[in-house]
Design a protein around this ligand. Structure first.
Ligand SMILES: [Zn+2]
Length: 396
């Protein structure tokens, strides 16, 4: 019988190394797809602990996989980590806490003498904040053979996500005709008018959609001088909803707003899709395990699953295999991410505690799954059922 106490003891003995890793990543923030120092440091530790490391997956130089196998034919457990930072801010989303947490769980598990047959795969998934490394990794099948996938994220409370929002992002570029705005306005066509009418149209659209829909945009190009009729103007929009079929209908209406704005203003609009993410598939049994283990290790500020969420590229993983993410409290409740407060907390006593809590919570969840084939069966059955529901969702 594998014991969680043994696991916690082993994670405890790794504490110093894990905290140093978190501090190193915090002191050396790297943007998405440029996380070379991070990957070197993380994979070196894994290699030193007997994991087989492959760097560069799915044409992503800073993706990696580190594998440790015991026996043959056992379940494959995926432990995912991100390590990218934010432009001009550093680790304002706390991604420097993820690999120390995952390494704590993975290495401690690998050191358990009575670990049943299994494979532990640590998967490094780059550029969550920008291009979303998990998308090409998923498309090339890097998650398909996993029996479960787990990850952690820092938060203002300890919880799990029931769902996340599906999102489509677009850039609208309007083309008009430049002219002197005072001398010959009649010869100009304002591309900015197209952008402004798009914003107005989105406000009308907003009133007649379901309450889970989010529509938000910024103007990225509004012309170059007040006395020149703008010949180019551009905006970026994100459109979100709790499920894909409904989102698709809202997106079509939003694109028609932009097309209508172009028609009304005599401009041309180019619609450039930027990034698209699915809503997360929820496997209750896996979420329950994570929360129960968070309670067991006395995580701070445990609350029920979040109702209000944004979007995450982890969702694409949850459409392929049963997946769940434990959010671990390390900032005061209500502190938004992508802020200086998060940067500070990501390298603090609270951040370090979150690493240890997350390592133990994920490690204990792996023990639960590895100790009970019935439990894994139940998790897989729930995953298949949820997928079925999502794929056949009736629009309301
Ligand atoms: Zn994040």
């Amino acid at each position: 019988m594998i014991s969680k106490e043994d696991l916690f003891y082993k994670i405890g003995s790794l504490e110093q190394e894990l905290i140093e890793l978190g501090a190193f990543l915090h002191a050396n923030p790297e943007l998405g797809n440029e996380e070379f120092q991070a990957v070197d440091r993380i994979t070196t530790i894994l290699q030193n602990n007997g994991f087989l490391v492959e760097k560069g997956l799915a044409s992503l130089e800073t993706a990696f996989r580190a594998t440790y196998t015991v026996g043959t034919g056992g379940p494959v457990i995926g432990l995912l980590c991100e390590y990218d930072a934010l432009q001009d801010l550093g680790h304002g989303c706390g991604h420097n806490l993820q690999s120390p947490s995952v390494l704590g769980a993975a290495i401690a598990l690998s050191q358990l003498e009575d670990l049943p047959a299994c494979t532990i795969e640590v998967l490094g998934t780059p550029a969550e904040e920008t291009t979303s490394g998990k998308i090409p990794m998923a498309q090339q099948g890097y998650f398909d053979h996993l029996d479960i996938a787990l990850m952690m994220h820092g938060g203002d409370r300890t919880t799990v996500d029931g769902r996340s929002l599906a999102v489509d992002n677009f850039e609208f570029v309007f083309e008009g005709k430049a002219s002197h705005a005072a001398v010959a306005p009649e010869k100009g066509i304002s591309a900015l008018d197209g952008v402004l009418m798009t914003f107005n149209g989105m406000e009308y659209l907003r009133e007649h959609v379901r309450s889970d829909v989010r529509i938000h945009g910024i103007i990225t190009d509004g012309g170059i001088a007040a006395n020149i009729v703008p010949e180019r103007a551009a905006a970026k929009f994100s459109i979100r909803a709790i499920n894909r079929p409904y989102l698709d209908t809202v997106v079509e209406r939003a694109l028609n707003v932009a097309r209508g704005a172009a028609l009304a203003t005599g401009t041309k609009v180019h619609i450039n899709p930027i990034k698209s993410l699915e809503s997360k598939l929820n496997v209750q049994a896996l979420n329950d395990l994570l929360l129960n283990n968070a309670e067991l290790v006395k995580a701070k500020n445990i609350t029920p699953p979040r109702e209000q969420t944004g979007s995450t590229d982890f969702s694409i993983v949850t459409h392929r295999v049963p997946g769940a993410c434990i959010r671990v409290a390390f900032v005061p409740q209500g502190t938004p991410n992508h802020t200086k407060e998060w940067v500070k907390a990501s390298n603090s006593k609270e951040g370090n505690e979150a690493i240890m809590t997350a390592a133990k919570t994920m490690g204990a969840t792996c023990i639960d799954v590895l100790s009970s084939p019935e439990l894994l069966k139940e998790i897989k059955a729930q995953f298949s059922a949820e997928k079925e529901v999502q794929n056949n969702l009736v629009l309301q």
